[in-house]
Design a protein around this ligand. Structure first.
Ligand code: AMP
Ligand code: MG
Length: 329
């Protein structure tokens, strides 16, 4: 028995359940005209329902564990909330039978814990909301942090290609245990297969990935950095922590996230799971200056700016040096 076996299997179950909820909402509700609507947008419904389902599962398995989630239920507590009813329906379909409004709200609010204990989970119920709405990549991201270290990391990626010509992948890792890719929709797949980063023969042959959204990462700077490294291939632009998964399984060798604003601080739930998946696949993750990501400053990576994930080795230093050359500092 490994130290985190129970956490890993509860986490896997929770992420699979949340992925089913997100997929169901996407199939039912995502249409062209829902893109711009703020209230009742499918991404809002799926965000809340995904957080409810993950927190419900974690509460059952680890009742004492705090969860630091992106959402809270205050928006759903109004007297006549149509959104609340829609969220409740989405949750009911997964938990079996209607649990009622109060439990659903309290599950969502379980995710409101402060990020200051010695042990807590952190959850992004839908990372890559824009990708979700476009029918492209998004992820359910769940990680366990102990004493500032990410010790379990899980990424449910409903729209990534699977090994059988379909869609869906689950990346699961425990610190020190390697990274694995499991079938997302098949609860019987407990083992999956090991994944590892790929090392290009030279930086010039590396493929790099970055956000689709230019507001989330400086794409002009990344183009200059790629040119400095001699990279000729086009950037691989995908939403969400699927970028970490791409590096972890050798689909790309570099993930660049370069701040577009001095004052933006990365959120812990946007990086905790992905960082461990890459590291356990043999890669390296730091901030844009080469410093370790520090999960000891509450809900944000307050001591860091940007993120760089690579296959590791000499290429990581080369990338950090190129960033310094282009951005100064
Ligand atoms: P991605 O799919 O990689 O573009 O990242 C999506 C995440 O970007 C969301 O979960 C947000 O938390 C985060 N985000 C929002 N604004 C910014 C910003 N200005 N810079 C970096 N990340 C951001
Ligand atoms: Mg996110």
């Amino acid at each position: 028995m490994g130290r985190y076996d129970r956490e890993l299997s509860a986490g896997i179950e929770a992420v699979r359940a949340a992925a089913r909820v997100c997929r169901a909402v996407a199939q039912r509700l995502v249409t062209a005209d829902t893109h711009e609507k703020k209230d009742q947008s499918p991404v809002t419904v799926a965000d809340f329902a995904s957080q409810a389902v993950v927190c419900q599962r974690l509460e059952r398995a680890f009742p004492g564990d705090p969860v630091v989630g992106e959402e809270d239920a205050s928006e759903l507590r109004g007297a006549a909330s149509a959104l609340r009813a829609t969220v409740q329906r989405a949750v009911s379909a997964e938990v079996g039978g209607d649990p009622g409004a109060a439990p659903v709200l309290s599950w969502i609010d379980r995710g409101r814990a402060p990020a200051d204990g010695h042990r807590y989970w952190t959850l992004d119920p839908i990372d890559g909301t824009k990708g979700f709405l476009r029918g492209e990549q998004y992820a359910v991201a769940l990680a366990l942090i102990e004493e500032g270290e990410v010790v379990v990391g899980l990424l449910g990626c409903p729209n990534l290609p699977d090994d059988a010509g379909g869609q869906g992948a689950l990346f699961a890792t425990v610190r020190g245990g390697g990274a694995r890719r499991l079938a997302l929709w098949d609860a019987a797949d407990a083992e999956g297969r090991r994944i590892e980063v790929a090392h290009p023969r030279s930086p010039a042959e590396a493929r790099f990935c970055e956000s689709v959204e230019s507001a989330h990462s400086d794409q002009e700077h990344s183009a200059k950095i790629a040119a400095l490294l001699g990279i000729r291939s086009e950037p691989y632009r995908i939403d969400s922590q699927c970028k970490y998964a791409a590096v972890a399984e050798g689909d790309a060798s570099i993930y660049l996230r370069l701040p577009t604003r001095q004052d933006y601080r990365e959120k812990i739930w946007d990086h905790a799971a992905g960082k461990l998946v890459v590291e356990e696949a043999g890669g390296c993750v730091t901030d844009a200056g080469g410093a370790e990501l520090a999960f000891r400053h509450g809900r944000t990576l307050a001591a860091n700016q940007g993120v760089v994930a690579t296959c590791g080795g000499a290429i990581h230093e080369r990338v950090i040096a190129a960033i310094q050359q282009v951005r100064g500092g």
